[in-house]
Design a protein around this ligand. Structure first.
Ligand code: GDP
Ligand code: MG
Length: 175
């Protein structure tokens, strides 16, 4: 809960990335602390809220998950309008999803937006034995685009809280 004198930041956060990279799983792991093995493709845009309390601020996230529109490979400006934060997700075991993440970031930059904190989530880190995208490539790409890089697994919960806390901290710093 908010403490007296503690600033409250309300932030829209959008999940972006190819189908099957684990966007819905990341959100559910963060919000419910669970992993669902056969996640159904989301029907209708899903919307979650979560509150994170930091010492410097209380951050209320409105988390937007896609309704599977990502399969059409177009980014609806309505989806990310007003977003302060974005998590671009790819699957480390699938190079196509990394290339798709590149395209998404380019498209976002071309269209112009007000996103102030962007994370690159290299998801499915538990599938390291099937890795197609080297860590260094992800790191380099994120540096070039002003994003922060983090390897996550919705399956094992690795770095899920860290991802959202880091976003909250960065939002608090610029708000
Ligand atoms: P979305 O289309 O981006 O929302 O992806 P989903 O969250 O629906 O996940 C697609 C598939 O990948 C599902 O079968 C998930 O169980 C699986 N998945 C998601 N995250 C992970 C992860 O971190 N590790 C592994 N091994 N599988 C995952
Ligand atoms: Mg989904």
């Amino acid at each position: 809960m908010a403490r007296p004198g503690n600033k409250i930041i309300q932030a829209k956060l959008v999940l972006l990335g190819d189908m099957g990279t684990g966007k819905t799983s990341l959100a559910l792991r963060f919000i419910k602390g669970q992993f669902y093995d056969q996640q159904e493709p989301t029907i209708g845009a899903a919307f979650f809220t979560q509150i994170l309390s930091l010492s410097e601020a209380t951050v209320k996230f409105d988390i937007w998950d896609t309704a599977g529109q990502e399969r059409y490979h177009s980014l609806a400006p309505m989806y990310y309008r007003g977003a302060a934060a974005a998590v671009v997700v790819y699957d480390i075991s699938n190079m196509d999803t990394f290339n798709r993440a590149n395209k998404l970031v380019q498209e976002l930059q071309r269209q112009g937006n007000q996103i102030v904190v962007m994370a690159l989530a290299a998801n499915k880190s538990d599938l390291d034995s099937q890795r197609e995208v080297p860590t260094e490539e992800g790191e380099q790409f994120s540096q070039e685009n002003g994003m922060f890089y983090i390897e996550t697994s919705a399956k094992t919960a690795q770095n899920i809280n860290e991802l959202f806390y880091e976003i909250a901290k960065r939002l608090a710093r610029v708000s």
